[in-house]
Design a binder for this molecule. Structure first.
Ligand code: LLP
Length: 423
């Protein structure tokens, strides 16, 4: 459930009519709902209780400081994958002991940053990384809690670009080698094994792969404990999918995911962490855009929007579907016809959807892409020198710009001219 509904024929974000935001900030823009973000965090928190647990929001999905500040206030932990994300977490008020550091290529600088600023744990992904972290921690006189991300060789049955749990993927260490790797860590100074980490992919719409992976983690917990390691924390990753297409069957709910967690690892006496990103932010956000033109092609109509692939790359990158709805509620019985929905960028890949069934639309109408709160703004770029679009947060009847649109001067002045070209 989200908080974007039609009232008196106009789509609202909570209590705010979207045309009101459009009039103030201009289009295109992203808009997020505080109530939906809060609700989604709470759903996970409740799904894992009464287990000892921490929901570590995967900020890669949406790392706006306002969203992070909300999560920190709700009591969430946070999953970061870069020094930049670590800095964002600290700036939003997350204490070090609620920040988990994931990622396959952490650098010595990033390790040092987190060791100095405070960290709950590093999720290690390779042996060279273990050696480097041991070195950096020892140099700083610290002992750092670590888990090892194991690759359970489970098919997440999701888009190939966001599946991470098969042995051919670059993530984690093969679960078959876990015993050997944990034995090696135990000999390294500066590292303290606290648990096991697993993350098999994103936008999973079936619970079976989670169940298979977590059962393997449960077996591994027993084995590693028998080998003398103090496994007391399990990081089970993120990945639960969201309903992108409202006319389709909805993926399982956090509550059902929580049941899988309890069934598979609930009796191990471990503290459980999860790292959801998409489910918290995805359906809490819309991308609102204006119709620039409706153009007649040979055999089709093009709906040319002022939003483009640089603002929302998911359709071009993953053939992702986003529901597109008019801000003005269509009247019942109106004729629905196919449109190719495109942006103004100069490549054919700048197509949001082909043959999308929509009510009649004309120049100047507003439309919204649903489920755009996760992996939308964070993956945007200024391709074609299109400024990054504003982000707006709504709370009941209030709204605030939480990232302003840069001016063209700001964009142009970020570049500099080398001396030999001046004059
Ligand atoms: N933890 C780790 C280690 C991850 O790599 C990810 C996502 C998550 C947690 C959060 O997964 P989520 O709950 O959001 O599914 N850009 C793609 C998604 C990439 C996901 C990468 N890793 C998209 O737009 O679909």
């Amino acid at each position: 459930m989200d908080h974007f509904t039609y009232r008196d024929g106009i789509l609202h974000a909570e209590d705010v009519p979207l045309p009101e935001i459009a009039a103030e900030v201009g289009t295109p823009f992203y808009v997020y709902s505080t109530a939906t973000l809060t609700r989604h965090y709470n759903l996970f928190d409740e799904a894992l209780s009464p287990l000892d647990h921490l929901v570590c929001y995967a900020m890669k999905a949406n790392s706006n400081q306002a969203v992070l500040t909300l999560m920190a206030k709700l009591g969430a932990g946070v999953d970061v994958v870069s020094g930049g994300e670590y800095r964002r977490a600290k700036a939003a008020g997350f204490p070090g002991d609620r920040i988990v550091f994931s990622g396959v290529g952490k650098t010595a600088e990033e390790m040092e940053l987190a060791l100095t600023g405070g960290i709950r744990q590093f999720n290690l992904e390779s042996e060279p990384e273990m050696l480097l972290l041991s070195e950096v921690a020892t140099r700083l006189g610290k002992t750092v809690p670590v888990t090892v991300r194991v690759n359970p060789d489970v098919d997440a049955k999701t888009h190939e670009k966001i599946a991470t749990g098969k042995s051919e993927n670059k993530f984690g260490i093969p679960i078959s080698r876990a015993s050997e790797v944990y034995a090696e860590i135990a000999t390294l100074p500066g590292l303290e094994v606290v648990g096991i980490d697993v993350h098999i992919g994103s936008q999973l719409t079936d619970l079976a792969p989670f169940e298979a992976a977590y059962l393997k983690v449960a077996d591994l917990t027993h084995q590693l404990r028998a080998e003398g390691h103090d496994i007391r924390r399990l990081d089970l990753g993120g990945g639960l999918g969201i309903p992108y297409e409202r006319s389709n069957t909805a993926p399982p709910l956090p509550l059902e995911f929580g049941e899988v967690v309890k069934r598979t690892v609930g009796d191990l006496g471990c503290e459980v962490e999860i790292e959801p990103g998409r489910l918290i932010a995805g359906n809490a956000g819309l991308l609102v855009s204006d119709v620039i033109y409706v153009k007649k092609g040979e055999d089709r109509k093009f709906l040319i929007l002022d939003a483009a692939m640089n603002d929302l790359i998911r359709p071009a990158m993953y053939d992702a579907w986003h529901d597109i709805v008019p801000i003005q509620e269509p009247v019942a019985g109106v004729e629905i016809t196919p449109y190719d929905v495109v942006g103004p960028v100069c490549e054919s890949g700048d197509t949001f959807s082909k043959g999308r069934a929509l009510p009649p639309l004309k120049r100047g109408d507003l439309v919204a892409f649903r489920s755009a709160g996760a992996y939308g703004a964070v993956m945007s770029s200024e391709y074609n020198t299109r400024p990054l679009i504003p982000e707006v947060l709504v709370h009941e009847h209030q709204f605030a710009v939480i990232r302003a649109r840069p001016t063209f001067d700001e964009i142009i002045n970020r570049d500099s001219i080398p001396s030999w070209l001046e004059g």
